[in-house]
Design a protein around this ligand. Structure first.
Ligand SMILES: Cc1ncc(COP(=O)(O)O)c(C=O)c1O
Length: 362
C-alpha cells in the first residue's frame, strides 16, 4: 500500500510544493543568502501573528520552547492552566525545571475560563501563566481573547500561550492580546514537517529573561532576539525548514489570512456534522470545539454512539487515510479527526466517504 494520508492532529499531510522547498540545496546559516531568506519571511511572520516584534525560529519541537518559556520567565511561581494531556504536562515540566508551580485543573473536555484564572492571579503569588489555546488531546479551544482581557489586570504576570495546533488557523493578535510568549510547532496547521517551532516574545518577556540567571544558552530568548536582529538564529537551524516555511507563507498569503481562518472553521463544522450524522456526540463542552480537529466522544462521556475505534481506524486506513484513536487517558473512548493545514472541502469529503464506508462495516 502507498502513502496513508494523515488526518491525525499532527503531524499532518505535507504538500509536494512544501517538500520540494524543503529539499532546496543547502546554504550556510551565517551566509547572506540565509539572512536574505529570514529577512524576506520576517514581515510575513509578523503579519501572520499580528505583531511588530521579531518572530523567532527554533530548531526544536514545541516542547523545547515551552520548557524554555518556563526557564526564561518564571522566577516566583507559575500558574499552569490544565485541561488535557499537553496542558497537564506543562505543569510537570515546570516542576522538572525546578520551578514553583500550581495547577489550575479543569475536567478534560472543559475550557479554561477567565474567571478561574482571575481568582488565582488575584492572590498575587504568580509571575507567569501558561495556557494552551487549543488543547489537541481533547479538541477544546479555550477563549484566549476573554482570558487576555482579564490578564491585562495583571501586567507583571508573564502570559505564555501555546498555539501549537491553532497558529495559522485562528486569528491570534499577539500585540493586541498582550501575550508575552506565543509559540507553535510547524507540524500542525502550518503543514510543514515536524522539527521547527515559530515563536515570538514581548519586550517585557525579553526584559524579564535578561534578569534570569539559569536560562541556559540553547533556548535563551535574549540570544534569539540578538540574532533575529541580524536575521539569524543563535545556532545552526534546520535550514530546510526555513525554505519550507518561506514556501508555506507564500501559500498562506495567496489564500489570505481571513480565508484561511474561515476554511478551517468550515471544515471543522463539516466534521462535526459527519459525527452527528452517525449518532456520535463531541467530547468538548459545546461552544468550545476546536476548529482544527474534532474530538469525537466514544464513551468517555455519557451519551452518543460507541464503536470499535481500532476497527474503524483499520477500515479507514485500508482506504488510504489515518485517523487518530484518542490520546492519553481518553484513548479509545474518543477518536480525533484533523482538518488542519492544506485540507479543503473536497479532500475532507474524500475522508468522510471513507469513514461512511467504514461505518457500514462496523
Ligand atoms: C497543544 C500541544 N502542545 C504541545 C505539543 C507538543 O509538541 P511537540 O511534541 O511537537 O513538542 C503538542 C503535540 O501534539 C500539542 O498538541
Amino acid at each position: 500500500m502507498g502513502h496513508v494520508k494523515l488526518h491525525i492532529p499532527g503531524p499532518v499531510e505535507v504538500s509536494e510544493k512544501t517538500f520540494r522547498a524543503f529539499c532546496t540545496p543547502m546554504i550556510g546559516h551565517r551566509s547572506q543568502a540565509f539572512k536574505d531568506l529570514y529577512a524576506k519571511i520576517q514581515p510575513q511572520l509578523q503579519e501572520l501573528l499580528y505583531t511588530k516584534q521579531l518572530v523567532y525560529l527554533s530548531t526544536s519541537s514545541a516542547w523545547g520552547v515551552m520548557e524554555a518559556a518556563i526557564r526564561n520567565l518564571v522566577s516566583r511561581k507559575v500558574l499552569n492552566c490544565m485541561c488535557g494531556a499537553f496542558s497537564d504536562k506543562w505543569y510537570d515540566v515546570a516542576k522538572r525545571c525546578g520551578k514553583e508551580a500550581e495547577p489550575l485543573q479543569v475536567p478534560w473536555g472543559s475550557p479554561i475560563r477567565a474567571e478561574q484564572i482571575d481568582a488565582r492571579l488575584a492572590t498575587g503569588q504568580f509571575d507567569a501563566l501558561t495556557l494552551i489555546h487549543n488543547e489537541t488531546s481533547t479538541g477544546v479551544m479555550s477563549p484566549v481573547y476573554e482570558i487576555a482581557e482579564l490578564k491585562k489586570k495583571y501586567p507583571d504576570v508573564m502570559f505564555i500561550v501555546d498555539a501549537v495546533s491553532s497558529m495559522t488557523a485562528v486569528k491570534l493578535e499577539f500585540d493586541k492580546l498582550g501575550i508575552d510568549v506565543l509559540l507553535a510547532g510547524t507540524q500542525k496547521a502550518f503543514a510543514l514537517p515536524p522539527g521547527m517551532t515559530v515563536f515570538v516574545c514581548s519586550p517585557a518577556a525579553l526584559a524579564k529573561a535578561a534578569t534570569m540567571k539559569d536560562r541556559g544558552y540553547y533556548f535563551d530568548f535574549v540570544e534569539f532576539q540578538k540574532n533575529a536582529e541580524q536575521s539569524m538564529t543563535p545556532s545552526t537551524p534546520s535550514i530546510g525548514h526555513v525554505f519550507a516555511l518561506a514556501s508555506k507563507l507564500e501559500d498562506i498569503f495567496q489564500e489570505g489570512l481571513e480565508a484561511r481562518f474561515a476554511r478551517h472553521k468550515k471544515l471543522a463544522e463539516m466534521t462535526r456534522a459527519w459525527a452527528a450524522k452517525h449518532g456520535f456526540t463531541l467530547f468538548p463542552e459545546a461552544g468550545f470545539e476546536s476548529v482544527t480537529l474534532t474530538c469525537i466522544n466514544n464513551g468517555a462521556k455519557p451519551g452518543g454512539r460507541v464503536v470499535d475505534v481500532p476497527k474503524l481506524q483499520k477500515l479507514v486506513r485500508e482506504q488510504g487515510f489515518l485517523i487518530d484513536g484518542g490520546y492519553g487517558k481518553i484513548k479509545g473512548t474518543t477518536f480525533r479527526i484533523s482538518n488542519m493545514g492544506d485540507e479543503t472541502e473536497a479532500t475532507m469529503q474524500q475522508l468522510y466517504a471513507a469513514l461512511d464506508n467504514a461505518m457500514k462495516q462496523l
